[in-house]
Ligand binder design. Structure first.
Ligand code: XIL
Length: 389
């Protein structure tokens, strides 16, 4: 007679990523997904668990080539699938993205634009897409990856035709179309202080000086194992952005390693995931962490960074890796975790992992107290219910 109660209460005692993130004061823990993956029912079930993922980001289906494959020809069907799924699951969406140098249809890259004709095409694209999804997007990545690593502007079709004005044009159009969506600048290799991070900061400053609405900056965070920023570095780097009055988010987290995985790298990856989530938790103004898909089977990493992989928090078979427990530990500081050396005695590089019970050793972070209470309340209630019965 006790088993139904155990069934009900155990998931709460166990600890889930989004629940832990919320308890700690973040807005979400989320994940990217992509339309072809949704035919995998086991994957879809995990994705739809809003205690794990309180936010989803379409990996491809809201990009320019998907939305406006021909001039003025808008196709929202695939993007709508993700938006509707999020609605059904009671998940936020980070809508991604409006202006980017990649995944542009050839009519955008090959037309002989004048500043006036490209401005009109850009405004039509942004206005039409943002209007279509009005009220559905927590945020929009309005401009993605405008910068080179040395901090200069990337010389894509937008910059070469319009100079940096294209950024303001895109943000202004997005703000007019959906005043309630948070508007983000999103980039990679901005996660450490340096020329590129400073240049991103200058984009925020320039937009604000021009009276243009910008609400947030996304730090993609496609990391190599052992090369993630420390909590102190995250505070320093992202803190320069929050000091300007914008929110920040980790928007595309994955942590790849050379294949095959070694025990040392698996352990390091666990620590790295923990450091990233703990960093966001520690910094006031960091609102959430999104992984760039949660399952190694659907990661973009192996095809993009050949020789590397195993970058996600779940393995090919949807089993939680030490990285999962690292991410969770960064959000809670409590609950089931593998020992801090990263080997929980059962994980065998891509196969089943079972939950170990070592206590966390990390320092106390902002929000941890509330996480502690909510993680303890369910086991305590369970004991009380069982005692009464
Ligand atoms: C990636 C997708 O995950 C891949 O499926 C696609 O082939 C290429 O784009 N930065 C971004 C994301 O902002 O849109 C990219 O997504 C990964 C890098």
């Amino acid at each position: 007679m006790y088993s139904p109660f155990l069934f009900v209460f155990l998931p709460f005692a166990y600890g889930q990523l989004h629940t832990a993130a919320k308890n700690a004061g973040l807005l979400f823990f989320g994940t990217a997904t992509d339309n072809p993956e949704l035919t995998d029912s086991a994957y879809l079930a995990k994705l739809s668990d809003s205690t794990q993922f309180g936010q989803i980001t379409p990996g491809n289906s809201m990009k320019w080539d998907a939305i406006e494959p021909g001039p003025g020809n808008f196709t929202f069907a695939a993007g709508d699938v993700i938006a509707n799924l999020a609605k059904k699951n009671n998940q936020l969406i980070r809508c991604h993205n409006l202006v980017w140098h990649q995944q542009l249809p050839s009519w955008v890259t090959s037309t002989a634009w004048t500043p006036a004709t490209l401005t009109a095409a850009l405004q039509l694209h942004v206005t039409t897409e943002v209007t279509h999804y009005k009220g559905q997007c927590y945020s929009w990545d309005v401009v993605n990856e405008a910068l080179n690593d040395n901090g200069t502007f990337r010389n894509d079709i937008f910059f070469s035709t319009l100079g940096e004005d294209y950024i303001k044009i895109a943000f202004d159009a997005a703000a007019a179309a959906d005043p309630d969506a948070k508007l983000y600048y999103n980039d990679f290799n901005t996660e450490f202080p340096g020329a590129k991070s400073t240049a991103a900061l200058n984009i925020v400053k320039a937009l604000k000086a021009a009276g243009t609405k910008i609400d947030g900056v996304g730090f993609q965070s496609h990391f190599l194992v052992g090369s993630t920023p420390s909590i102190a570095t995250q505070m320093k780097n992202m803190g320069t952005f929050t000091a300007l009055g914008v929110e920040v988010a980790v928007t595309e987290l994955d942590i790849r390693m050379p294949l095959p995985p070694t025990q040392a790298n698996v352990a390091q990856q666990q620590t790295d995931y923990q450091t990233v989530t703990a960093g966001c938790l520690t910094l006031k103004g960091c609102i959430g962490v999104t992984v760039w898909d949660f399952d190694d089977a659907f990661s973009w990493v192996p095809s993009t960074f050949p020789g590397t992989g195993s970058a996600c928090i779940l393995d090919d078979n949807l089993n939680e890796k030490p990285a999962y427990f690292g991410a969770l530990a960064g959000l809670t500081g409590t609950g089931p975790q593998p020992p801090q050396n990263g080997t929980n005695g059962t994980y065998s590089f891509g196969n089943n992992v079972t939950t170990a019970t070592a206590k966390p050793t990390k320092a106390t972070f902002v929000g941890e107290a509330s996480g502690l209470v909510s993680n303890l309340i369910w086991p305590v209630m369970m004991v009380v219910v069982l005692a009464v019965l």
